[in-house]
Ligand binder design. Structure first.
Ligand code: GTP
Ligand code: GTP
Length: 444
């Protein structure tokens, strides 16, 4: 089951960013060297008690006219309805109920998504209690008083919010084990063309999961008797006048599509080359530990010789240096070149993601590796690896029990990773390493 997505919606200045930061805590670099998306704080991976969820902030612009305010509220509400499992509708006790709040409430009500009404800036409950009651008029259920600034009421809010998470309320009992593939990339790189081409060559099935808006953008394709669910992020060019707004929406759409995917197809436009913006988008999939295929599209537009493909690959690998494991495919959605190979790669990357290595076999490889290249040492004190074991899939994750964590240098870890990849493949997926210290005797 993918993680729940929670969106914060509300008028400007109600404290959405403040609430977002209060819930998400300090920004943490989840994976080193991933380009800047997390720092934009449009979304954050959060946990509260035993719940994990992705929090998104749909706001961020300060419209100067009333018309623009409503237009922007509508877009915020739409994006939240489209992508979130639970919506936090934030209002401001100090400004009281406004006309715009009623309008937003109407939009959200029509979506039939669970909405939790939070009343912010209740820095003192005694002082503002009566003012909170006013928000019952919105007919959005019990208002939950919070203070983002003083971090009050957050636990109560999250308790109500997590009560609506799909897997826990038992609404979504059937586990969907079909391969879910998100097609992501900058505008105009050919995402829709790729999906359309795949549709043209394979039987199409209308999505049979009814009910939620999110599934409406899924396309189910039957290939070799397997149903693949393609999650489309195309068509992001909404009619908004504000540029940052678009960027924000496209990131939110990408994050939520990637969240639901097993394998991500990261599309790059060969005729434009690879850019920092591509790296930023690819970083979203990398951070989430998804299987990744880089599809270099519009290959028909490139004049080629026998070196072109290698040169392209090197250039892309250096821009996307944080994900050296990604698989590559050079395609043309226009001519159909190598499009059939996409399914092979999706299958391969998906099985890498779920591959489990038995502890015995793993440790044979690890001890062979330590013979091949001695572990690092410091002042006569040498790294000793007692044993390694795989603790998770999606992405495959390993724990190494060692005598001294400090001695597990990055370069040695990279060496071990390469040996593991040589032995077992794991193509198209990151592998995670956790290093734990343990006394020699306990580990025997
Ligand atoms: N007193 C009080 N002020 C708060 C609280 N939370 C936020 N504020 C203030 O409200 C103002 C707006 O907060 P933001 O978090 O920027 O609001 P926003 O909804 O993200 O605003 P936009 O980005 O314009 O959509 C800031 O001056 C905050 O300091 C609170 O709990 N109590
Ligand atoms: N020559 C060539 N053109 C292509 C190829 N794939 C897509 N295009 C063209 O590129 C343009 C953009 O394609 P789309 O499929 O709409 O791109 P998209 O990524 O879905 O775009 P957004 O909806 O903006 O996110 C269209 O004019 C396509 O005809 C290709 O392989 N070769």
């Amino acid at each position: 089951m993918s993680k729940a997505v929670v969106a914060i919606v509300g008028r400007p200045n109600t404290g959405k960013s403040s609430l977002f930061n209060a819930i998400a805590g300090e920004p943490i670099a989840i994976v080193k060297d991933t380009p800047g998306v997390t720092r934009d704080r449009i979304y954050a991976d959060c946990s509260w008690l035993n719940h994990n969820f992705t929090l998104i902030d749909t706001g961020g612009i300060e419209p100067d006219t009333r018309d623009l305010l409503l237009a922007s509220m509508r877009e915020q509400a739409e994006i939240a309805i489209e992508t979130a499992d639970v919506i936090i509708f934030l209002v401001d006790v100090r400004s009281g109920l406004t006309d715009a709040d009623y309008k937003v409430a109407d939009m959200l009500r029509r979506s039939r998504k669970p909405v939790v009404l939070a009343v912010n800036k209740v820095d003192s409950f005694a002082k503002f209690q009566n003012d909170v009651y006013e928000f019952y008029n919105l007919a959005m259920g019990d208002p939950v008083p919070v203070s983002a600034a003083s971090r009050l009421g957050l636990g109560d809010l999250l308790e109500v919010v997590s009560g609506h998470f799909p897997e826990e309320s038992g609404e979504e009992t059937e586990e969907d084990d079909r391969p879910h593939v998100a097609v992501i990339g900058k505008p105009n790189v050919g995402k829709s063309s790729i999906i359309n081409r795949l549709l043209g060559e394979n039987r199409v099935i209308v999505s049979d999961i009814a009910g939620t808006t999110r599934d409406a953008i899924d396309t189910v394709v039957l290939h070799n008797d397997t149903e693949y669910v393609f999650i489309d992020t195309a068509g992001l060019r909404r009619k908004s006048k504000i540029h940052e707004d678009l960027e924000r929406y496209s990131i939110i759409r990408t994050v939520t599509a990637v969240e639901r995917a097993d394998v991500v197809i990261m599309v790059i436009d060969a005729s434009e080359g690879v850019t920092e913006q591509d790296a930023k988008i690819a970083g979203i999939a990398h951070e989430r530990g998804k299987g990744i295929v880089v599809a270099v599209n519009k290959w028909d537009l490139i004049e080629k010789n026998d070196k072109t493909m290698r040169e392209f690959t090197e250039k892309i690998k250096s821009t996307l240096s944080f994900m050296p494991y990604a698989e590559f495919l050079f395609i043309s959605a226009e001519t159909g070149q190598r499009m059939h190979k996409l399914f092979e790669l999706i299958d391969m990357v998906r099985s890498s993601q779920t591959l489990r290595i038995r502890t015995g076999v793993l440790n044979e490889i690890v001890s062979e590796a330590t013979v091949l290249q001695q572990p690092p040492s410091d002042k006569g004190h040498r790294l000793k690896i007692f044993y390694a074991t795989q603790v998770a899939v999606k992405p495959p994750s390993f724990v190494f029990f060692v005598n001294d964590k400090e001695l597990m240098h990055f370069s040695y870890q990279r060496f071990l990773e390469n040996r593991i990849r040589e032995a077992f493949g794991f193509r198209g997926t990151m592998i995670r390493f956790f290093v734990r210290e343990r006394q020699g005797k306990d580990a025997e």
